[in-house]
Design a binder for this molecule. Structure first.
Ligand code: MF3
Ligand code: CO
Length: 258
């Protein structure tokens, strides 16, 4: 069953999404060569808690940190630790914010200093793929039109989308129905309805779409060691388009992409 949210519920998720956006902004200033990933985790946790919220990933299925930091060939779920950020890296940060009984979920991939042309292009294509998906977030559209838009854009540009991990509904739980694959045919249900809140999150690999889990049982890496990028927004479906809840825009304006 897909939970429809009231305007009040969406307002709460948007408030949490603003905290999330501010946390990402703060991390964007701090992600520099020499910084340990656990320092970034501490910073994010402190900021989120000072806002009266809780870092939703902490303790989720036993996850040991507050945020996920996934570098280069790491796709998602990298655990912050002693590792230092280095020039030229591609650093994906995934954050969950919980407050007033609702979740917001978002991710962004940062380039550290000068990165390879391939890394730069991967970031750009992944971010654009998310935008292409968001064009189909509107009451009356097929859910899988989002998936198809993401996959076709990514593959047209020579990269691949991860198949084993998907986006999801979100609200009173971090993961709710429906699942939102970043691949698949267009024109498949369910039909989007006003009040659905969705976390859309393309994970894009420079090489093959295949992934594996490292010995820490969390970190997901590309099987062929190619680079990977990840962007995620939590959005609400409206009659006029997507209301992006995790971009920190206080106006809550509906983005009409078409
Ligand atoms: N951000 C992930 C998602 O979108 C969840 C992270 S789970 C954690 O579904 F345990 F790693 F925190
Ligand atoms: Co998510």
């Amino acid at each position: 069953m897909i939970n429809l949210k009231t305007e009040r519920e969406i307002e709460i998720i948007r408030a949490n999404g603003r905290i999330l956006a501010k946390t990402l902004e703060l991390l964007g200033e701090k992600i520099k060569p020499g910084v340990k990933t656990k320092e970034l985790d501490r910073l994010a946790e402190g900021f989120i808690r000072r806002e009266g919220a809780y870092p939703a990933f902490k303790g989720y299925r036993g996850y040991p940190a507050s945020i996920c930091i996934s570098i280069d060939n790491e796709v998602v779920h990298g655990i912050p630790g002693e590792r230092m950020i280095e020039e030229g890296q591609l650093v994906s940060v995934d954050i969950g914010v919980f407050k007033d009984n609702y979740y917001a979920d978002g991710a962004f991939t940062f380039a550290v200093g000068r990165v390879s042309n391939q890394a730069q292009r991967l970031i750009q294509i992944t971010q654009e793929a998310l935008k292409r998906g968001l064009e189909f977030v509107r009451e009356g559209e097929f859910l899988s039109d989002i998936s198809y838009a993401i996959q076709s854009f990514v593959e047209k540009n020579g990269f691949s989308v991860v198949r084993d991990l998907v986006g999801h509904g979100i609200g009173i739980n971090m993961h709710e129905e429906p699942q939102i694959p970043n691949f698949g045919p267009s024109g498949q249900g369910p039909i989007l309805k006003k009040g659905m809140v969705l976390a859309i999150e393309p994970m894009v690999n420079a090489g093959s779409f295949e992934i594996e889990t490292k010995e820490d049982n969390w970190t997901i890496v590309t099987k062929d060691d190619s680079l990977s990028a990840h962007f995620e927004h939590t959005v609400a479906v409206t009659e006029n388009g997507a209301m992006i809840l995790t971009d920190g825009d206080p106006s809550g304006k509906v983005k009409s992409f078409r």
